[in-house]
Structures are given as structure tokens and as C-alpha cells.
Design a protein around this ligand. Structure first.
Ligand SMILES: [Zn+2]
Length: 448
């Protein structure tokens, strides 16, 4: 054991249990790509996918000395980064030089943030960057053998080197370790590049230290598989209440629907009730700001997490159903105008980013086309709608086609892929009496 190493041992302090564990997909993908990539000259035909593990630690439970050291590091880094950022933006070469000189106050591995060739370079496309509001220390996560690297995992701990022989030890829950292994397996034999981001904001949540492990995989852009013989997956987010998926296969003579799950955000009424309570409290002037913020949170923020989870579930099911076949997906995401006023609103729009990222991660060919839900896929007539307790049934008075309105775009997609239409309805429907009569009167001209 080297002298430095034993000094480290003496210092070694156990961190607290993380307060919360949140598995997510990075939200602003474009920014993520920039923030993470020095070497990232847009490579032709290559896509990158990310997965992010977020851990929150209570500052009060961290060893005080070590956290103080981290704070100092943030302070120095912020000053150097600001100088570097503005000098770059304003084309002041002296400033850049000065910043790099000052960066020497930082431990060597944190200086990579200013090294354009480094994987953790933080200032890519600086002229397009908004002024960075957050202080994020970003380090490569490597194995412990690379002595000078910033962070590594040792047993069930994440070790962040702070310079001067000090290190911050953060416990990693078993679930987090499992998740990391699982993600690496998902893309094997491709290699995952890992970075650690340490974030602390004095102004916003000074009591929480946010640590993220970002996994990044780079691969060839997937090509469109032959729809014949591929697993087809149509995802529709047009619906008022969530996401609808249709899984099917076709051999070119018959299109067989395997499953048609509908995903709804759980506990909607519970969340809305909680939000209403907060709003009422705010209306009485009781901690107004706080209550309004919490009301917004329980209405919207949770929904975002739900979209991520739902998208991950849709991909997982696609692979199960594919059992070795190629996967062909389409996400039908409405334009922002048409979704206004719906309670999922922006959250559903975020599905595109989430889905694109997952497709890149897994190497799945995905499109984002919208198909009509009000036009008959067989004869092109305008569809009528009848509401039952559970579903909105779309039907055609001309040819007798009917199905759950949420499945109608799927038929149009199948048609466009040049595949035979599936049998309708995709799932058994309870038809209202008057609709039964009407449809039987239209036959025998009926399709399917
Ligand atoms: Zn029709």
C-alpha cells in the first residue's frame, strides 16, 4: 500500500445511505450529448444512447470534513469554469489561457473538464450553450486500478476522489449496482462509457447532493428491418389518459396481433386529490409558494417519471415478444397544439426524447409518424365515434369497420408498411346495441 493510499485509508469515512434512488433517462439529450462530449464530433451514421442513475444523498449525513472539501472544489471549479466559458464565448484567448492556468488549482482529473479531447469536456459548442447555471463536477468512472482517474466503484461504494488524498465514499444500494450491471449486459458486446456527475446547488436544494452515473453507448445507426418477419410495435400517445401499444407480427400473408396493452399513470386520482389539497391550502394563503410548487409537482413531475418507466416497459415487452426477431417501432406522438389541456401535456411530448434515446441505446429502428385515428383504414371514410363506459369505439358507416379508436392508427401503419390488415377488432369489444344493429346492416360489405 502506497503512502498516499494509507493516508486515504485513514481518512476513509463511510457516507450515509442515499436518501432516494431514482432510475431515469437523461432529459435534455442534446445538452447531455454536449455536456459529455469533447471528442463528440458528429460522426456520420453513429447514434448514442444514454442511461442515467441518479442518487441523492443528504448533505447533513456526509462526513463534514469531506463535504467541506467538496464545497471548496465546487467553488474553485465554478470560478475557473465561468472564466473559461465567457472567454471562449467572447473569443478572448488570454482569458482562456488564464482559466487554464487557474485550473491548476484543481485536482488533475478535474482539469479534464477543460480538455477538448477528454470525454468529460464540459464546454462543447460553447457558443450555443446557455450560461451554465449549475455546478457539476464531472469525472470519468473507471476501475480502481487507474489511480489518477476521478471516480470508481469499490465493493458497494462509489468513491469520488477530491484531491489531496481525500475521497468521498458514497454507499451504492444493491439495487443500483444491479441496475448498472443489467444496463451493461443489455448492450453487450458493446462497451459502455461511464461518467460520474456530482452536483450540489447552494441556492436550490442545499441539503441534497446529487450524484449521477451516466452510461453512454455508441453504435451504428439502426437500419429499417423488413416489416415481414419483424416484431411490429405501434405506440400511440394521442390518448387522453396515457399510452397505448400494439404488438404484432406479419409473414406477409397474415398480420397477427399479439398484445394491445394500455398504460395509464397509476394513482391519478390520488395525485390529483393531493394536488387539489395543496392548491386549496395555497388559496388560503398558507405557505402559498411552497404549496403551489408542491401541487405542480404532484401533478406533473410524477407523470414525467411515469413516461420514462412506461417507455422502458414498452421496449422490454418488445424484446420479449420479438424473441430474436428484429424490432420495428413507430411512436405516434401528437403535435403540441392538439394535446393542450390534456393533463399529461408536455409529459407525453417528452416521450419522443425518451423513446429516441432508448432506441439508440438498444439499437432499434424507430420512426415517429402520426397516422389518422378518425379515418377508416379500409375505405377512407370519416369514422364516427361512440363512447362506452370504458372505450371510445370508432366505426365506419360505409364499410362496417369498427374498433377501439386508440387502435385505428395502427391499421394505417400496417397498410403503409405494405402488410395485410389484421382482423378487427384487435381486442374483444362490448358493442352498444344500436351499434350492433348499425354494423350488421352494413354487412356483408364489411372488411376483415
Ligand atoms: Zn370504412
Amino acid at each position: 500500500m502506497s503512502r498516499a493510499e494509507s493516508a486515504v485509508r485513514e481518512h476513509a469515512m463511510r457516507g450515509p445511505e442515499p436518501r432516494a434512488l431514482e432510475l431515469e433517462i437523461p432529459r435534455p439529450l442534446a445538452r447531455e450529448g454536449r455536456a459529455m462530449g469533447g471528442r463528440r464530433r458528429k460522426k456520420e451514421g453513429v447514434v448514442e444512447g444514454f442511461r442515467v442513475l441518479t442518487l441523492l444523498y443528504r448533505v447533513g449525513e456526509l462526513p463534514a470534513g469531506v463535504f467541506q472539501r467538496l464545497k471548496e472544489l465546487f467553488k474553485v471549479y465554478r470560478a475557473v469554469a465561468a472564466l473559461y466559458f465567457w472567454s471562449k464565448r467572447l473569443n478572448l484567448e488570454e482569458g482562456v489561457g488564464l482559466a487554464l492556468e487557474r485550473a491548476r488549482q484543481l485536482p488533475s482529473y478535474y482539469r479534464h473538464a477543460f480538455d477538448e479531447d477528454s470525454r468529460v469536456y464540459q464546454f462543447g459548442e460553447v457558443e450555443k450553450m446557455k450560461r451554465p447555471r449549475r455546478v457539476v463536477l464531472q469525472l470519468p468512472l473507471a476501475d480502481a486500478l487507474h489511480y489518477y482517474c476521478g471516480a470508481y466503484i469499490e465493493d458497494d461504494k462509489l468513491i469520488v476522489r477530491l484531491g489531496g488524498g481525500e475521497r468521498l465514499e458514497l454507499p451504492l444500494p444493491e439495487r443500483a449496482l444491479k441496475w448498472l450491471q443489467e444496463k451493461e449486459r443489455e448492450v453487450a458486446p458493446l462497451k459502455v462509457a461511464k461518467t460520474v456527475r456530482v452536483q450540489w446547488r447552494e441556492d436550490e436544494h442545499p441539503e441534497l447532493l446529487k450524484v449521477q452515473i451516466v452510461l453512454r453507448v455508441e453504435r451504428q445507426k439502426p437500419v429499417m428491418p423488413d416489416p415481414k418477419g419483424a416484431l411490429l410495435c405501434y405506440v400511440d400517445a394521442n390518448s387522453d389518459y396515457g399510452i397505448v401499444a400494439v404488438y404484432a407480427v406479419s409473414d406477409g400473408t397474415e398480420t397477427r396481433v399479439l398484445e394491445t396493452p394500455k398504460l395509464r399513470p397509476p394513482n391519478r386520482s390520488k395525485r390529483l386529490k393531493a394536488a387539489a389539497k395543496r392548491q386549496a391550502a395555497a388559496a388560503y394563503g398558507h405557505k402559498r409558494g411552497v404549496n403551489l410548487a408542491l401541487a405542480r409537482l404532484s401533478k406533473r413531475f410524477r407523470a414525467r417519471g411515469w413516461v420514462k418507466a412506461a417507455a422502458a416497459q414498452i421496449f422490454k415487452k418488445a424484446f420479449q415478444r420479438a424473441s430474436g426477431r428484429s424490432v420495428l417501432m413507430n411512436f405516434d406522438i401528437p403535435d403540441p397544439e392538439s394535446i393542450k389541456g390534456s393533463y399529461l401535456q408536455k409529459t407525453l411530448l417528452s416521450l419522443e426524447k425518451v423513446a429516441r434515446n432508448l432506441a439508440n441505446w438498444f439499437g432499434v429502428y424507430v420512426t415517429f409518424e402520426c397516422y389518422p385515428s378518425t379515418r377508416c383504414p379500409f375505405c377512407g371514410s370519416e369514422l364516427e365515434i361512440v363512447h362506452t363506459k370504458r372505450t371510445r369505439i370508432a366505426y365506419c358507416t360505409r364499410c362496417g369497420f369498427y374498433d377501439d379508436r386508440d387502435y385505428v392508427p395502427f391499421y394505417h401503419w400496417v397498410k403503409e408498411l405494405g402488410l395485410p390488415m389484421p382482423k378487427h377488432p384487435l381486442r374483444k369489444l362490448q358493442l352498444p346495441e344500436e351499434l350492433k344493429l348499425l354494423i350488421s346492416s352494413v354487412r356483408p360489405g364489411s372488411p376483415g
